[in-house]
Design a binder for this molecule. Structure first.
Ligand SMILES: [Zn+2]
Ligand SMILES: [Zn+2]
Length: 143
């Protein structure tokens, strides 16, 4: 895909929170950690990284609820409809993790790996051939 610098918009389910991301993004991957599973009510969550400079809230800043889910990071969701939206981690302060499913258009990359694969729910099937990272950090290569 040729680089497309046009911003891509995203929003929560009710539309109160709207935002945009300007490529290039920094990664895109499926996270199988138990916190993502619970926070989203899903088997796993597909995240991508937006640089701080390329990330902008367009509407609904006041509807955004921030929840410190661990000492390493803060998750945010829409206080009106409950859509899980963003995760900010101390491990990469220049990047906002954004839920791919909330985007209203295509970003500049496809999911490229699995992280926290050791914590995967046993009812989730993942045979897509993408690299699997896991272990204690969630980011170690697995065999
Ligand atoms: Zn909402
Ligand atoms: Zn996770």
């Amino acid at each position: 895909m040729p680089p497309d610098p046009r911003p891509v918009r995203g929003a929560c389910l009710c539309g109160a929170v709207a935002f945009e991301v300007t490529p290039p993004t920094t990664f895109c991957g499926h996270c199988h950690c138990s916190m993502c599973r619970r926070a989203h009510g899903a088997g796993y969550v597909t995240w991508f990284g937006a640089s701080r400079e390329g990330f902008r809230i367009l509407a609904g800043e006041d509807a955004l609820v921030r929840y410190r889910s661990s000492e390493h990071g803060v998750r945010s969701f829409c206080g009106r409809c409950g859509s899980s939206l963003f995760c900010e981690l101390e491990s990469h302060p220049g990047v906002v993790d954004v839920v791919l499913a909330n985007m209203q258009g295509s970003i500049d990359r496809r999911p490229e790996l699995h992280v926290f694969f050791s914590d995967k729910a046993d009812w989730v099937q993942a045979d897509d051939g993408l690299p699997r990272l896991g272990g204690a950090s969630g980011l170690e290569p697995l065999e």
